[in-house]
Write a protein that binds this ligand. Structure first.
Ligand code: ARG
Length: 874
């Protein structure tokens, strides 16, 4: 190895002597005073000149010295890449880095690479060395080599070096072959093509990393093997280490890697795992980066595009965690179901490998053809095509193209896609790096004329119940159900065309969505924002980075959060700083400087293979894994509850305090993971006893105020796909009027009806406090939250009490316990919403009593939900 290009060590020239040696000082004479005076003036001038010259010289010297010094601060820059050696056949001995064959080819290649770099002046100047890391077999049996090239470059030249590397690679684009050797014996040259190179993540070449460990594994047909972090599971991984696992499969196979445990520090800047679609840690081939804790519920399965894969683990100085364990095996390169012809009335198709993450560099094309005269409707049960840096507007990296329109990113709500022809071409594409879970889609057909039968036909081709026409909510998702409405007498007409109940006017909540109902209310003029503290500030001050409202309202819905003085409207980070963003917790963005808004976010995720879109009355099994059924011994189901950790439940105090007997823990049986009351001992169900019950000390049985209680299980429950805690909202979480939330339970299905056997679910909306107080005769306190469908028919009922009102954050897909079913006037009556305990008010009480810290929040609160499940009548 040779070190090149450190030619900037020119020594500094001494600056010229600042004093002019020709200057002569004349002797002073006592007799001639004038002469003496003149002499003094001259002397002072000379001294000033000398000082000025000295300062100038010093400054120039300093500048020159600083320039040289800066140029001497070198940065270690490592590039990782691969190339194909077109005139060498791969043999097994190339897999063994200690074999003679490996070393012969490696040294031959290193020499050629050095020659190649030396032909580009900028590269040769800063080149340090290259090392061949591994070989693998390409599709045509030739050799793929993986290398690292190190450069030592002045900071100012880093981008020029990057550019030089990229342009030198461009000359060996796929298909082009280069004879790179300057050797005089051309027969001995290696024919190199497909040369690619990308910088290695600086965290991986950090000089603090002391331990470097590398392992190689070859997966054999029919075998499953494991890799795990050093010391796992007996001891945590060590500090400041870099470990890599090179995995290979036979030709014409891919590698399948499945993480069974991932338990790392939560901050990916500190400890992280990376999976590469290469044998080298090249940025162009990163498939995924993971840190923190993953549960078995969140499947982490990766497929390589070829027959190699690399897993790396980097750890830093502080905090060592248990680490990871993963199994790997080889699977045939050909993936079933990647494209093809789909015919018939109905069918399904998924991204390659689904539910594993799709592999990089995949492309599938499906041609759907349904019987003539029919149209096609596509439903996505899962859609997750994220790639960092990809905008959902142009989808240039990983995407699904449906009849020419590209889709990417994440979709939590299933808005069906209607294709008004009987043929559709659908293409899936994944680029070289970063993979995601992919999609699972279902196609159906419909006859264009009876698409919505008796329902309202939205402009976007969705169908919604006629009842939802002109109800003031955008039920179609494109507002078409709210267009051309004649508002009834008791409604106002908003500027955007919505009809909203008159009594929602001037209540401080923007019910219209365009603020019409809050204009001219005497306190804020048009063009002003109403702050939560009652002030008014100009619209233009919104999101300008200044807290103009003084309570953060004008800065709370912005992309960037600002730090504010803490108040009841702000979120407090662990470091006691308060930020302006509304509901920043667990929204996938680090808003607090210390990242505390993204801590403890394992709660509230439902199994990802399920879809949350339903038109039916019964919930699918495992949809609401925090839903608990409380049985009184000898009486069966009486109340619901929500799991908030593996040990604690939240329920309603009135379930406990109805008779003295109910407050004895031994009276209760707790069913977790239950779906049907008639099948209480399935494999997914767990029965637990209760250790203690804590009712809220301020529970008022007359008013039903503070209707909340905690139950501690007699032993922790094992979490599973069917048993999983829900997130607790932080005290400052805000749910706007009209927000859709879900209620679930085994309560009565109508006021005079029977308890349900299978868990029921329904979507209701948050009702404004003022409106709720006007609609409900009994007192509604600030500790309560109202939700329902004012046209009636959808509500909780007897037997649902204690159960959850869950809010699904559309950004993260996470669920939050925003209410506990408490009371109502009858069930599902027109204009009579259900009343729920407002959980945000009890956040600190829950934490103090149970120690449960799981927090969360929501960010995007715009509701685009398609249809209310109206068939669930209580
Ligand atoms: N108190 C009832 C129970 O014990 C719950 C009633 C909820 N009623 C309603 N209309 N939302 O189960």
């Amino acid at each position: 190895m040779e070190s090149l290009g450190n030619g900037t060590e020119d020594s500094l020239k001494n600056p010229d002597d600042p004093v002019d040696p020709s200057l002569q000082f004349l002797p002073a004479s006592d007799a001639k005073k004038v002469k003496k005076k003149k002499f003094f003036v001259r002397a002072i001038l000379v001294i000033i000149l000398v000082i000025l010259a000295a300062v100038t010289a010093l400054l120039t010297g300093l500048l020159v010295w600083n320039f040289h010094l800066r140029n001497d601060v070198r940065i270690k820059k490592v590039f990782a890449g691969s190339l194909t050696v077109a005139n060498r056949r791969f043999t097994d001995s190339y897999e063994d880095s200690s074999s003679a064959q490996f070393n012969e080819l490696a040294s031959h290649l290193s020499k050629q690479m050095k020659n190649m770099y030396s032909s580009v002046p900028l590269l040769s100047k800063y080149y340090v060395s290259s090392s061949i890391q591994a070989f693998s077999e390409s599709g045509d049996g030739t050799v793929i080599a993986y290398y690292l090239s190190e450069f030592s470059v002045p900071e100012a030249e880093v981008s020029a070096l990057d550019e030089a590397i990229q342009s030198s690679m461009r000359t060996t684009e796929p298909g082009q072959t280069r004879r790179l050797s300057l050797s005089r014996k051309p027969t001995n040259d290696l024919l190199i093509n497909n040369m690619m190179s990308a910088a290695v993540d600086p965290r991986m070449v950090n000089s603090a990393l002391k331990g470097h460990h590398k392992q190689s594994h070859h997966s054999r047909a029919g075998e499953t093997d494991f890799i795990q972090s050093p010391g796992f599971p007996d001891s945590p991984y060590a500090s400041n280490t870099y470990t890599e696992w090179r995995l290979r499969a036979d030709p014409d196979h891919r590698l399948r890697l499945e993480f069974t445990v991932v338990d790392l520090e939560n901050d990916c800047h500190k400890d992280f795992i990376r999976v590469y679609d290469s044998l080298i840690p090249s940025e162009n081939h990163v498939m995924a980066e993971k840190c923190g804790h993953y549960t078995h519920k969140e499947q982490l399965v990766f497929l390589s595009s070829g027959n190699v894969m690399l897993v790396t683990l980097v750890t830093n100085e502080e905090k060592n965690f248990p680490g990871f364990r993963a199994k790997y095996s080889q699977v045939p390169a050909e993936i079933q179901g990647c494209g093809g012809k789909l015919t018939g009335m109905k069918g399904t198709f998924t991204s390659p490998g689904f539910p594993s993450s799709y592999p990089p560099q995949a492309q599938c094309v499906w041609n759907i053809e349904v019987p003539e005269g029919n149209h096609i409707i596509l439903n996505f049960n899962k859609f997750s095509l994220n790639d960092p840096g990809q905008s959902p507007d142009n989808c240039t990296k990983d995407y699904l193209e449906v009849t020419g329109n590209r889709m990417c990113g994440e979709k939590f709500e299933n808005v069906p896609l209607v294709i008004k022809t009987d043929k559709a071409d659908i293409k899936f594409f994944s680029d070289m790096s970063h993979v995601d879970k992919g999609f699972s889609a279902e196609f159906e057909t419909f006859k264009p004329f009876d698409r919505c039968s008796k329902k309202f036909h939205c402009e976007n081709d969705a169908c919604v119940s006629q009842k939802l026409r002109c109800d003031g909510y955008d039920d179609c998702g494109d507002m078409s159900d709210e267009k051309n409405c004649v508002c009834e007498e008791s409604y106002i007409k908003c500027k955007n065309g919505f009809c909203k109940p008159k009594y929602w006017q001037c209540d401080g909540v923007n019910d219209c969505g365009d603020n019409t109902d809050e204009e001219n209310c005497g306190y804020c003029k048009a063009g002003e924002v109403a702050c939560r503290n009652g002030r008014c500030v100009s619209e233009q001050k919104k999101c300008d980075g200044h807290n103009d409202c003084e309570d953060g309202t004008d800065e709370s819905m912005c992309a960037k959060s600002i730090v504010l003085t803490c108040s009841e409207f702000t979120f407090k980070c662990k470091n006691n700083m308060c930020i302006s963003k509304q509901n920043p917790e667990c929204d996938g963005h680090r808003d607090c400087e210390d990242g505390s808004d993204e801590e403890g976010c394992e709660c509230g995720m439902t199994p990802y293979q399920s879809s949350r879109i339903v038109g039916g009355e019964a919930a699918s099994e495992g949809y609401w894994p925090w839903q608990v059924s409380l049985h009184l011994k000898g009486r069966g189901h009486v109340c619901g509850a929500s799991l908030i950790s593996d040990l604690w439940l939240v329920t309603a105090a009135h379930c406990i305090q109805e008779t003295n007997r109910y407050s004895w823990p031994e009276e209760w049986d707790v069913y977790l993971g239950l779906h049907s009351q008639s099948e209480t001992n399935t494999a997914n169900t767990v029965l637990k006893g209760v250790k203690q019950i804590i009712c809220h000390p301020e529970y008022n049985p007359q008013l039903y105020n503070s209707d909340i209680a905690l139950m501690e299980l007699d032993s922790p429950v094992t979490l599973s796909q069917y048993i999983w805690p829900i997130c607790l909202p932080s005290a400052t979480q805000l749910l706007p009027t009209g927000q859709s939330v879900w209620i679930t339970g085994w309560g009565k299905t109508r006021e005079e009806g029977q308890l349900a056997s299978v868990l029921q679910e329904a979507k209701v909306r948050i009702i404004n406090e003022t409106v709720c107080s006007q609609l409900i005769e009994d007192e509604v306190t600030p500790q309560m939250i109202c939700a329902g469908i004012l046209t009636g028919g959808v509500d909780a009922c007897q037997g649902d009490s204690g159960g959850p009102m869950s809010f699904v954050d559309p950004t993260s897909g996470r669920c939050f316990l925003v209410g506990v079913v408490s009371w109502g006037e009858g069930c599902g009556r027109k204009g009579k919403p259900g009343i729920y305990t407002r959980v945000t008010k009890y956040r600190s009480w829950i934490r103090e009593e149970s120690g449960v810290l799981t927090e969360g929040g929501s960010s995007k609160l715009n509701d685009l939900d398609a249809e209310v499940s109206e068939r669930w009548i209580l």
